[in-house]
Design a protein. Structure first.
Length: 587
């Protein structure tokens, strides 16, 4: 195997170090060669990001004959130290109504109880993923941005903090099942000593502060590997460990996944960080070979909502006959809290007897759901509610059709659908991006709204993560990338002049800058559901032209909906599909 000069420098290095590896740069291959050259008898630990990566790494290290390398995830390590051999039982987590019973939350208003419980659950997650030793060292209020949600948390803060401490105490005593976050936290607080000479910490940009604290206190040689531009789990309280230490930094800048055309797009997107006064770091070099055979095609979106809508659109238009959803199609129809699309549809129809989820069942109307969403900042619930409001009773049938034609494996599907978070670490021959990602224009606008040059660190990190999400999406492509022009940093024409741009190893970049290659996917055509107006119906070209004109003239969503005889959710969805709606406006 011919290694690059950059790889050879890493392999020859001694002592603690950081390896900043761009997408597709062969970091696992580099780590395998690194492990091969360590002194005989060395004990090496490879920490994988999740179980899937662990399984793949196990196979690769085993194939290389490296039986002295132990492959674990942070949670598997913590489980062996805390749970194994104890009386602890492990739970996947608790729903709001369960926490209300466990903690005896009773304010006199069940709706308020559930909102408090939701914030307790999030405070618990925030603490368990932090390096703090006590709950009181953290201020959960700083995590809340929505005005109504923040007002609620401030009003009930002492109660939320106390209940979070009570929940931790119950888990610690074994009175209730512990969560995965809890035993990782207990592992960290126990100051464990790991008997390894070398520890290879993969995907370091998405490590929790708790696990980073465990890693840094070890005596062995510490290697942090990752890509600072692939940090996309800040909402899970991840910290970019590559930038948290002062180790010598080595770079792997050659991507073997794609060629220089995709690399050019990736570098331009990373370059947007200049607006946040953040360095672009290493330049991505595309050295991948051209591929003639397109076996896997994927459509990637920023949110579950955009993916679900586009899948429905392509299916209804007969463009695909089989689909594959990364992470299971059912996960796209459930909110993080656990409420399903079908429960919200039953609430929408006033059929409370059909609602299975206790949280949704506690709500009298959709207005109660909207209030809950506002006071908890539950964006996943918001997305599902918007889909229900737009498609109504046609939705179960559409979802059922997709499920009935779901391929057993991605290689046999006409189209793979995925959010960026679900396809992290994967690659596809052809990638089509939807229009709900950050754009440079949106970025500039949001920076201005957040204070311009006085933007606070939290807002800066959040916007940087949006850039990272687009970068990760673009770099999933091996041979062909199809990207909307308003997202594409190389665009030379306006949205109305060129609906989609495609990059291919077999066709020059200039040709695709000059030609129109793919129209936007339109909303699926729908039949009447008995509702008045145009709710759920396919958008005509004329309606889109009117919508664009109204948008350009800065009409509000409510005014646009009224003018077109459509629901506000439907207008938001269409604007999002066209790439014209900022994330803040959507949620």
């Amino acid at each position: 195997m011919q290694l690059t000069d950059e790889q050879n420098l890493v392999i020859a290095a001694n002592g603690n170090l950081v390896i900043n590896a761009v997408a597709g740069s062969g970091k696992t291959t580099t780590l395998i060669e690194f492990a091969k050259t360590r002194p005989p008898g060395s004990k090496i630990l490879y920490l994988a990001f999740n179980k899937t990566v662990k399984t793949e790494a196990l196979a690769k290290f085993h194939a290389a004959g490296l039986k002295h390398v132990k492959v674990e995830t942070a949670h598997s390590l913590a489980y062996d130290h805390v749970v194994k051999g104890s009386n602890y039982q492990v739970s996947q987590g608790y729903k709001s109504y369960e926490l209300c019973d466990i903690l005896d939350i009773q304010t006199g208003d069940r709706h308020t109880d559930y909102i408090i419980a939701t914030h307790v659950s999030r405070f618990l997650s925030m603490f368990c993923n932090s390096k703090a030793t006590k709950v009181q060292e953290l201020d959960y209020r700083e995590e809340i941005t929505d005005v109504k949600a923040k007002a609620f948390v401030i009003n009930f803060y002492s109660r939320i903090e106390q209940l979070t401490r009570e929940l931790l105490a119950k888990m610690d005593k074994g009175e209730i099942a512990i969560t995965h976050d809890f035993y990782l936290k207990k592992f960290q607080l126990g100051n464990p000593v790991l008997p390894y000479d070398y520890i290879l910490f993969d995907e370091g940009q998405d490590a929790s502060a708790a696990m980073l604290a465990v890693f840094l206190q070890q005596k062995g040689v510490k290697i942090i590997v990752g890509d600072i531009h692939q940090q996309i789990y800040g909402w899970r309280y991840a910290v970019n460990s590559l930038q948290q230490v002062e180790y010598p930094v080595f770079h792997l800048s050659n991507s073997f996944r794609f060629d220089d055309e995709v690399a050019l797009i990736a570098n331009k997107i990373i370059g947007w960080k200049k607006h946040l006064q953040l360095p672009a770091s290493v330049k991505v070099k595309g050295v991948g070979e051209a591929g003639e055979l397109i076996s896997t095609r994927a459509t990637l979106g920023r949110t579950n909502l955009s993916i679900l809508l586009n899948a429905i659109a392509q299916w209804q238009h007969g463009e695909i006959k089989s689909v594959y959803f990364e992470g299971n199609i059912s996960s796209y129809t459930f909110a993080d809290e656990g409420a399903s699309l079908y429960d919200i549809l039953s609430l929408y129809n006033g059929k409370h007897d059909k609602i299975k989820d206790k949280l949704i069942a506690s709500m009298k109307t959709m207005k109660d759901l909207d209030d809950y969403i506002e006071k908890t900042e539950d964006t996943s619930m918001k997305m599902i509610a918007d889909v229900v409001k737009e498609f109504g009773n046609r939705l179960p049938g559409l979802i059922s059709e997709l499920k009935n034609n779901h391929a057993s494996d991605k290689e046999s599907a006409d189209m793979i659908f995925s959010t960026v978070h679900r396809c992290k670490g994967m690659e596809y021959d052809e990638v089509t991006l939807l229009g709900d990602f950050i754009t440079e224009d949106k970025l500039k606008k949001q920076i201005a709204l957040a204070g311009g040059t006085s933007i606070d660190e939290r807002s800066k990190n959040k916007l940087a993560e949006e850039i990272n999400i687009l970068y990760v999406a673009v770099t999933r492509a091996r041979y062909r990338l199809r990207i909307p022009p308003e997202i594409n940093p190389l665009r030379t024409v306006q949205l109305s002049e060129q609906p989609m741009m495609q990059l291919s190893n077999r066709t020059s970049l200039r040709k695709y800058l000059a030609e129109e290659t793919m129209p936007y996917q339109r909303m699926s055509e729908t039949k009447s559901t008995g509702r008045t107006g145009n709710h759920g119906k396919r958008w005509t070209d004329e309606e889109e032209e009117v919508l664009l004109e109204l948008y350009k003239n800065q009409y509000s969503v409510k005014e646009m909906a009224k003018s077109l005889g459509r629901g506000e959710a439907g207008v938001k969805i269409k604007l999002m599909n066209l790439g014209l709606l900022d994330d803040g406006e959507l949620y």
